[in-house]
Design a protein around this ligand. Sequence first.
Ligand code: SAJ
Length: 413
Amino acid sequence: MPFKKVSVIGLGYIGLPTAAVIASRGIEVVGVDINQHAVDTINAGEIHIVEPDLDIVVRSVVTVGKLRATTTAEPAEAFMVAVPTPFKGDDHSPDLSYIEAAAKTIAPVLEKGNLVILESTSPVGATEKMAGWLKEYRPDLSFPQDKGDSADIKVAHCPERVLPGYVLQELVTNDRVIGGMSKACSDRAVELYKTFVKGECIITGARTAEMAKLTENSFRDVNIAFANELSVICDKLKINVWELIKLANRHPRVDVLNPGPGVGGHCIAVDPWFIVNSCPDEARLIEQARLTNDAKPHYVIEQITKAADEFKRPVIACLGLAFKADIDDLRESPALQIVSDLADKNIGEIIAVEPNIDALPKKLADKGIAFASLESALDKANVVVVLVDHQEFKSADRSQFAAKVVIDTRGIV
Ligand code: SAJ
């Protein structure tokens, strides 16, 4: 049966692009968010997050009336939950309260035959928990944990896997892992994803789908940790790590990733902890990778402090604040952490350069950090720290770096 109306719960970095892409296929989409500002912005045809081309798609689907945002749920044939799954406090245990709140929001409008999909990256067992909450709020309906294929409500986990900066492409072209709580749940979820996904939709169980997503990001984290560890070893052994990796990668079965100032964003630095939290005695390598990557910003700060020590009045230019290249996203950014911690150490004048934002975040400006263009920062600095491999830095004239002490965490200079 084709879908006429779909509801997306949570209109953030994943929910909004997903809602817009489904709406662009001619399906009526109602987005639900607790943030009134986000709802008003979307209904005005605008966006409250940064993602290339998203503004164009949202404007067009809102204009033709296919996408609407609201703060209260309304009936639909399918509900896609794309809410945050952060940690509880500092102990890295997952906080599922947003998923529980989403279940509470949609429960009153659920009808027999509906499909509920959890898209949020979640620890193993979260989809079953969500189905449990739905059952608690709607004891009049049957759910797959009790009735399998014949349940009134179908429930599946289909983790998002899109790369920030390429979300609109990857939403359509990536393969999707579809983890239904029963075969019928998976089949119905595939019907929904087929309306906008060109990649393959591969069916599995909900728990395996949850673990698949965590595995993808942990795989990347462990591999980046390997590269970061190598970079520290190479510093000690006086070997250029970039040359070393290039050489090692000539081997047909070796593909070492790039070291950096640490791992940022709120996926790779978060998701591996969900595995560690559920199997602390077994997930030793995964935990160590997290610790290795989290230690890297401190190592970079030590390097900068040593370099600054050589100057009477050090001026330190920090190139980049975003968590990775060519985006404006500063969330969980190791570059931001380094610049902020450096200012606290009071070792010299700090100039931050970030071509993808218009002004320094207040927290940094209040610490006395200056904000400048690349040219003016390079002009004044005696220590230059490359924290992000933005295009603007890669294409800068190399002579501008001459006669400076350069700490290049990304290997571009
Ligand atoms: N990084 C390195 N060295 C590398 C690659 C990355 O230091 O060789 C750093 C980046 O600078 C950044 C961090 O790792 O600080 C994460 O960047 P990323 O580009 O690896 O990943 P994200 O966080 O933008 O997106 C990831 C993607 N997952 C994988 O590639 C396995 C994306 O597909 C997921 O959808 C996303 O997490 C998510 O939402 O989970």
